[in-house]
Write a protein that binds this ligand. Structure first.
Ligand code: 3PG
Length: 402
């Protein structure tokens, strides 16, 4: 890897800015963190920064969605897992944050608030522009070193991800270093057929990723669950009413052309579980009514998908198959993970929800690789250079010239 790591820097008495990805699954009603895997994973880097003043930054959720919450509870969780005091500061780039950072003492740890509270962090910038953002300009002089340890956002070009890397000495944190090494090792032995199991709700990202995965011959079968499955079912004409999701027409058209171009690749659910007053009711997809709440895949779908999983050489799963946080609807996610765990294939399970689900169902030891990343990992599997890796390589080159 042509990138610098913490082994290249002496961090004692330095003030470091640590960009992590603590974007966790959030309960839609209570707004509480549902899975802490991404928080647990960054403890290794924090321990490696002994003696430094650490300012941690992360985003959580997307503006307008119910997972867009502040970072106070993340600080409490991090404190629990790291056994170190973590002070939450309810500000990101304002005078409070700046004052708190300037006044840090000893080996204090601060967690700033949700980065996406700053408008700029919700836009993608070119690397040059990102260095000129208000966020980077306001904070950059307060730090000696910038550490990128947020592999799940490695495909994004938000200012906190690529901007600081242009203006500060920059290296990878322990989690990113470990993830990239392990993935590279897995990809050298990965064998076909490649089966991709996709769920979750980030349909736009998934559609782009599917196209790339097929093009790069990394997706012989694509098994769909979650909201993306509904988009494909709509494209197939098996759901006959609008789903009422953002950019629906565009996404359905994109799904339609994917099915047309690759008719043998996609599998969609034949039955689904809907929520009837908290109870699970399985129905044929064709019997779905407009007001039904789809919460999981059904038993017949699972049987069909499990057969494809059993004959796969490499399996990649990203995004849960249903609302696994509710007992009645964990069947699809749990059973898919069990099928993968029991198969002979090399398995990669990715994303915050699924890594939490693996832990919940005691399957962590049975898969080959568990990545904290979702969308970023899909891009990585296609062989694309991720912006975060580019920034780290550029920073290493600059460092070599000094
Ligand atoms: C993820 O969960 O994939 C990362 O945290 C990136 O989140 P985003 O898709 O909202 O940018």
């Amino acid at each position: 890897m042509g990138i610098l790591t913490l082994d290249n820097f002496d961090v004692k008495d330095k003030t470091v800015l640590l960009r992590v990805d603590m974007n966790c699954p959030i309960h839609p009603d209570t707004c509480e963190i549902l899975g802490t895997k991404r928080i647990e994973e960054i403890v290794e880097t924090i321990n490696a920064l002994d003696g430094a003043k650490i300012v941690i930054i992360s985003h959580q959720g997307r503006v307008g969605r119910n997972d867009f919450v502040g970072m106070e509870q993340h600080a409490r969780q991090l404190e629990k897992f790291s056994n170190k005091k973590v002070r939450y500061v309810a500000d990101v780039i304002g005078s409070l944050a700046q004052k708190e950072i300037k006044e840090m003492k000893g080996d204090e740890i601060i967690l700033l608030d949700n980065l996406r509270l700053c408008a700029e962090e919700n836009y993608e910038f070119s690397l040059e522009e990102s260095a000129r953002t208000i966020m980077v300009q306001r904070l950059k002089d307060l730090f000696d070193l910038f550490i990128l340890d947020s592999f799940p956002s490695a495909h994004r070009t938000h200012p906190s991800l690529v901007g600081f890397a242009q203006v500060l000495p920059t290296c990878a944190g322990r989690l990113l270093e470990r993830e990239v090494k392990q993935l590279d090792n897995i990809l050298t032995v990965a064998k076909s057929p490649f089966t991709v199991v996709l769920g979750g709700s980030k349909v736009d990202d998934r559609l782009k990723a599917i196209k790339l995965l097929i093009k790069k011959e990394r997706a012989d079968h694509v098994l769909l669950t979650g909201v993306i499955a509904n988009v494909f079912l709509r494209a197939q004409g098996r759901i006959k009413f609008p789903l009422n999701i953002k950019d629906e027409d565009e996404m359905v058209a994109s799904a339609h052309s994917l099915i047309g171009d690759h008719p043998d690749v996609f599998s969609t659910p034949v039955d689904i579980a809907v929520n009837k007053d908290g109870k699970r009711v399985e129905i044929d997809v064709r019997d779905l009514a407009k007001d039904d709440e789809i919460f999981d895949i059904g038993t017949k779908t699972l049987e069909h998908y499990s057969k494809i999983v059993a004959s796969a050489g490499t399996i990649f799963m990203s995004g849960p198959a249903g609302f696994f946080e509710k007992d009645n609807f964990q069947f699809g996610t749990k059973s898919m993970l069990e099928s993968i765990a029991n198969s002979m294939a090399t398995s990669i399970i990715s994303g915050g929800h699924l890594t939490s689900a693996l832990k919940q169902f005691n399957l962590t030891e049975k898969v080959n690789h568990m990545s904290t990343a979702g969308g970023a990992l899909v891009r990585y599997l296609t062989g694309q250079k991720l912006p975060m890796i580019k920034c780290l390589e550029d920073a290493a080159e600059r460092h070599a010239k000094v």
